[in-house]
Design a protein around this ligand. Structure first.
Ligand code: HEM
Length: 341
């Protein structure tokens, strides 16, 4: 992870290793609750410390994203250059719907109880004027597998490639170390998927199932998930995004899903991938994973750097004063826990 300097603000806890547990909360903010929410967001770090400090090995973190409409209602000053609502896609056979959402809380930890406690505390702090419109409790499945049985996340960038893919840099200096995130809740048709042979499934994903090796180009179909999500820039360099998908489900309801979450410094990269999957590349050559997976939600958020989240400028009156905030627990960085990272 890049060490923040005076020039590079500290990011939120985007660049984490995959976690054992996660809770994804998408929330809508009522009209005229904007000032209250801005104050509550300044306190998120304190709430994380209150919950996480007690279990130092729990690696508790939370990333907060702000949707385009709420940004305009709540935040003054300049706007993140690429912030816009999720663009709905209506392809020849598959649809990626845009669904409501003003705030995203991406909560991760090594234990489900920590995620649950933090979700409860943060929703409590945000108060009754903020409504949870989508809530997914994700879990790590075996060796990072999704419920289709494939290892998910292998080619998500690591090391120095991760901040390069996910964090805004000089191209939008006022929002440096911020990010954009797209979330989609997918449901799988596991009966249809399980009726396929492993060899057929591997051609759909583009990797082997047990050993997680990418299929050679001459074998990998053009409509496989990996082929359609391999995007090159003008120089032939791969454009990457940071993914932290998690499985979720309810056995009694026959619900088996993947919560897709992708961070990028340029949301256009994620949008190009979605375009390839749903509209097809070339058009009509859509992602075969969608024949077994239906997108039920779709939302785009901006993720401010840590300092900006804690001191968002008010829409009309300029920057809020830290002294005006409700009290937050004191920061203890000496132990390396409990911050937003
Ligand atoms: C049903 C939902 C999804 C499932 C189950 C799924 C699963 C997978 C799996 C198993 C892989 C191969 C291993 C890996 O590198 O992670 C993969 C790769 C990838 N997926 Fe997905 N994915 C889903 C949705 C998406 C969406 C919506 C996007 C983009 C908006 C996306 C972008 C990618 C990318 C960029 C790769 C890596 C391609 C490469 O460089 O090899 N995925 N996904």
């Amino acid at each position: 992870m890049a060490t923040p300097t005076a020039q590079t603000p500290e990011p939120q806890a985007i660049l984490q290793a995959p976690s054992e547990a996660a809770i994804f909360l998408v929330l809508c903010v009522q009209e005229s609750a904007e000032d209250h929410v801005r104050d509550a967001l300044a306190d998120v770090g304190g709430v994380i410390r209150s919950v996480g400090f007690r279990i130092p090995d729990g690696r508790l973190s939370c990333v907060v994203g702000i949707g385009s409409a709420l940004w305009d209602r709540m935040v003054g000053g300049p706007r993140p250059a690429s912030l816009h609502p999720f663009v709905e896609l209506d392809g020849p056979s598959h649809k990626a719907p845009a669904t409501p959402g003003d705030l995203l809380l991406h909560i991760r930890a090594g234990r489900a109880d920590l995620c649950f406690e933090l979700a409860q505390r943060l929703v409590g702090r945000l108060g009754p004027s903020v409504r949870v419109v989508d809530e997914v409790h994700g879990f790590k499945s075996f060796d990072e597998r999704d419920l289709l049985g494939f290892v998910d996340g292998t080619e998500s960038p690591m090391g120095r490639a991760a901040p390069a893919a996910a964090l805004i840099g000089a191209e939008d200096a006022a929002f440096a170390s911020g990010s954009y995130v797209i979330v989609q809740r997918y449901l799988h048709d596991l009966s249809a998927w399980d009726a396929l042979s492993v060899a057929e499934q591997e051609l759909i994903v583009g990797r082997t199932k047990l050993s997680d090796i990418e299929l050679p180009d001459e074998v990998k179909p053009r409509n496989s998930h990996v082929a359609l999500n391999t995007i090159l820039d003008a120089e032939g360099k791969q454009r990457q995004v940071l993914r932290f998908n998690m499985p979720f489900g309810r056995v009694g309801d026959g619900e088996y899903g993947t919560y897709f979450i992708g961070y990028a410094r340029d949301p256009g990269v994620l949008e190009q991938m979605l375009q390839n999957m749903f509209i097809g590349n070339p058009p009509g050559n859509t992602d075969r994973i969608l024949d077994f997976s239906t997108a039920r939600t779709g939302t785009l958020f901006f993720v401010p750097a840590l300092d900006l989240l804690e001191d968002l400028p008010a829409r009309d009156t300029g920057r809020s004063q830290p002294a005006q905030r409700a009290s937050a627990a004191p920061r203890d960085e000496s132990l390396g826990i409990g911050g937003l990272r």
